[in-house]
Design a protein around this ligand. Structure first.
Ligand code: ADE
Length: 263
């Protein structure tokens, strides 16, 4: 049976922006500018609600990895009624030209550890999901790219970010991720957040900054560059947040169709 998709237009009248990070270090720059903050704890996560650069926001550390990220994303949507989600943080470089502190805007997010090839699906493609990649929201992508042009101190790139429950610290894995997915960078949350946002028709983008080269030196580099990379990702967020507008978002939703040719 051919894959089917359904277009749905949702008009968002009020912005309530979720800013999701995996680690405490990645939210520090945001919390210092959060006004009228109130904190609520759910599932062991502290959700800071307040105003950031004039926008109504919820800032949260989701923890590392795909399950933590997915649980947090659904809480933000169901309990905190967010309208948009931005994930910021650090990432390992997959392409050799990326340097520490460079910005990577996730134009597409893929879960690199999803493997249903035995059922005829491409690497990264989850069973009965319409695609293997989740696209960034067009408005958020445009704002992120505009903000990046204004920040001349850092180089910035837009491309594929891959996510998996693995800290990549090995050349063989880098080559696989580059070859299989043409990825620019790797990390452990954004495609999972993107999948939950897609299921709920919430506009999403991930903005990361390079903390390591995902190679044998990754563990030491990660510790050394975590703070500077987290600051760079926060700086880009800071430059784009004031410009986010309510939008009439047309989203493509899945239908329960069989997406595997063999099943
Ligand atoms: N986040 C930052 N560096 C990473 C790496 N090398 N692998 C996975 N996630 C990361």
């Amino acid at each position: 049976m051919p894959a089917q998709a359904e277009n749905k237009t949702t008009t968002v009248s009020h912005i309530r922006l979720a800013i999701v990070v995996a680690m405490q270090e990645e939210q520090e720059q945001i919390l210092v500018q959060l006004q009228q903050a109130q904190t609520v704890t759910r599932a062991g996560m502290c959700f800071h609600q307040g105003t950031y650069l004039g926008q109504d926001v919820v800032v949260v550390v989701c923890g590392v990895g795909k399950v933590n990220a997915a649980a947090c994303a659904q809480l933000l949507i169901s309990e905190f009624h967010i309208s948009h989600m931005i994930n910021i943080g650090v990432a390992g470089a997959i392409q050799g030209h990326l340097q520490m502190g460079d910005i990577v805007i996730g134009g597409q997010l893929i879960q690199h550890d999803v493997d249903l090839q035995a059922l005829g699906l491409a690497p990264g493609h989850m069973f009965r999901m319409p695609s293997l990649a989740y696209d960034a929201d067009p408005q958020l992508l445009q704002l992120a790219q505009q903000a990046a042009h204004g920040i001349t101190a850092q180089r910035s790139y837009t491309g594929i970010i891959v996510t998996g429950d693995q800290f990549i610290a090995c050349n063989d894995k880098i080559q696989r991720l580059a070859h299989t997915f043409q990825a620019l960078a790797c990390e452990m949350e954004s495609a999972s957040l993107a999948q939950v946002c897609s299921l709920n028709q919430i506009p999403f983008i991930a903005i990361r900054s390079i903390s390591d080269q995902a190679n044998h030196a990754a563990q030491l580099d990660f510790q050394q560059f975590l703070t500077i990379a987290a600051r760079n990702a926060s700086a880009l967020l800071h430059a784009m947040v004031p410009f986010i507008q309510p939008e009439a978002a047309t989203t493509t939703t899945r239908t329960d169709t069989n997406h595997s040719p063999g099943l």
